[in-house]
Design a protein around this ligand. Structure first.
Ligand code: TRP
Length: 333
C-alpha cells in the first residue's frame, strides 16, 4: 500500500527554538518514518506580514533548512519545498478566492487574533486576510492526506475543507478533504515563565545557540518567585527549570532527586540551573555541531531544497491540471 502523505510547514521568519522542537519537530521526526512527508518553507506566506522586510524572509530560508537537517529530518524521507517555487499554488489561490466570502475570511479565529495582535486597524492588507486561502492552495496542491498542526492551525484546515467541498460541488469531484493530525506534544513555556516560547517575547533557547549561550540563558530562567532563599521549600509547578528538565533531561534519576531536594529547600536554584544547562547541552550540542558542519556547505543544503521543490512542482502541477480541466480553463497550444 502506498504511504499516506503529510504536509507541514513553517514561515521563514526566524531560527527554530526548543518550543518548535517540542511543538512540531519531535513529531515530524517520528512521522517522517511513517508517511511521505512534505515540509513547506512558507516564504510567500511569511511575506504577508513581512512584505517590507524581504531580506529577513530570504535569510531565514537557509536558517530553517539548517535547523531541519540538524535535528535529523532526513532528505531521503522528506521533500523540502520552497513555497515561492510552486507556481501552481498561486493559480489555485486565485480560483479559490471566488469560493470564500469576505465575511467567512474575517471569521477565521486565528487570523482574527493575529489581526488584533498586530494592530492593523483600518490598514489591514488584503494579503494577510486571505493567507489561509493561500494555505488551502498549499494543502490541496500537494494532495496531502494529513496535516500535522498545532491547535492554532485547525481553522486553516477547516477553511481548506470548506473550499474543497464547495469546489467539488460546483466543478465536480476533483479535490480531496484533509484531516488535521493534532500534535500530542505540548507547548513549552518561555525562559521567562510566559506560556509560550516565542521570538517576539525574546524568551527562547535556539537550536543554533552555543553551549555558552545556553548556559547564560538558563541562569536567567524563571523558577519559583515565592522562594527567597535556598532553604525555603520550592515549588515545581510553573517552574521553567523543572519543566525543561522533564522535557529534555536524560538523567531521570538525578532529576527526581533534585525535585525532592528542591521542594524540601535543600538545594539552591543555581545548582539546579547548572544541572539543567548540562542536560540541555547534552541534548543540543549534537544538533549545534551538525548545524555548524552543514553550514560549511550551503550549496549542498540549497540543493536539497531545490530537489524537493522540483518534486513539489511535479505533484502540484498534476493537481493544477485536473483543476483547470474541471474549471474548463482553456488550454492553448
Ligand atoms: N501557517 C503555517 C504556520 O504559520 C505555515 C504553513 C503554510 C503551513 N502553509 C502550510 C502549515 C501548509 C501546514 C500546511 O506555521
Amino acid at each position: 500500500m502506498e504511504k499516506q502523505r503529510i504536509l507541514t510547514g513553517d514561515r521563514p521568519t526566524g531560527q527554530l527554538h526548543l518550543g518548535h522542537f517540542v511543538g512540531s519537530l519531535a513529531n515530524r521526526l517520528k512521522l517522517q518514518n511513517e508517511y511521505e512527508t512534505f515540509i513547506l518553507i512558507a516564504d510567500v506566506q511569511a511575506l504577508t506580514d513581512n512584505f517590507t522586510d524581504p531580506a529577513k524572509v530570504h535569510a531565514n530560508i537557509d536558517e530553517l533548512m539548517l535547523d531541519y537537517l540538524a535535528v535529523g529530518l532526513d532528505p531521503k524521507k522528506v521533500h523540502f519545498v520552497l513555497q515561492s517555487s510552486i507556481s501552481a499554488t498561486n493559480e489555485l489561490f486565485v480560483y479559490y478566492l471566488n469560493l470564500v466570502t469576505l465575511a467567512r475570511a474575517q471569521r477565521n479565529p486565528t487570523v482574527k487574533d493575529e489581526i488584533k495582535q498586530k494592530g492593523f486597524g483600518d490598514s489591514l492588507p488584503l494579503g494577510f486576510l486571505v493567507y489561509p486561502i493561500h494555505q488551502a492552495a498549499d494543502i490541496t496542491a500537494f494532495k496531502a492526506d494529513l496535516v500535522p498542526v498545532g491547535a492554532d492551525q485547525l481553522p486553516m484546515i477547516e477553511q481548506t475543507n470548506e473550499i474543497v467541498r464547495k469546489f467539488n460541488s460546483i466543478y465536480g469531484e476533483t479535490l480531496k478533504e484533509v484531516k488535521p493530525l493534532v500534535s500530542e506534544f505540548g507547548r513549552l513555556p518561555g525562559l521567562d515563565g510566559q506560556a509560550k516560547m516565542s521570538k517576539s517575547l525574546n524568551n527562547c533557547i535556539y537550536l543554533a545557540d552555543s553551549a555558552e549561550i545556553v548556559e547564560k540563558k538558563v541562569m536567567t530562567a524563571f523558577t519559583d518567585p515565592t522562594r527567597l532563599k535556598a532553604t525555603d521549600p520550592g515549588h515545581l509547578e510553573g517552574n521553567v527549570v523543572f519543566t525543561y528538565l522533564d522535557a529534555f533531561g536524560q538523567d531521570k534519576e538525578k532529576i527526581a532527586e533534585y525535585k525532592n531536594l528542591y521542594v524540601q529547600g535543600k538545594v539552591g536554584d543555581v545548582e539546579v540551573k547548572k544541572f539543567l544547562a548540562t542536560e540541555l547541552n547534552n541534548f543540543l550540542q549534537p544538533i549545534y555541531q551538525k548545524r555548524l558542519e552543514l553550514a560549511k556547505d550551503m550549496s549542498k543544503v540549497r540543493k536539497i531544497l531545490a530537489t524537493g521543490s522540483k518534486y513539489g512542482q511535479e505533484v502540484s502541477g498534476q493537481l493544477l491540471t485536473t483543476v483547470r480541466q474541471a474549471m474548463k480553463i482553456v488550454e492553448l497550444n
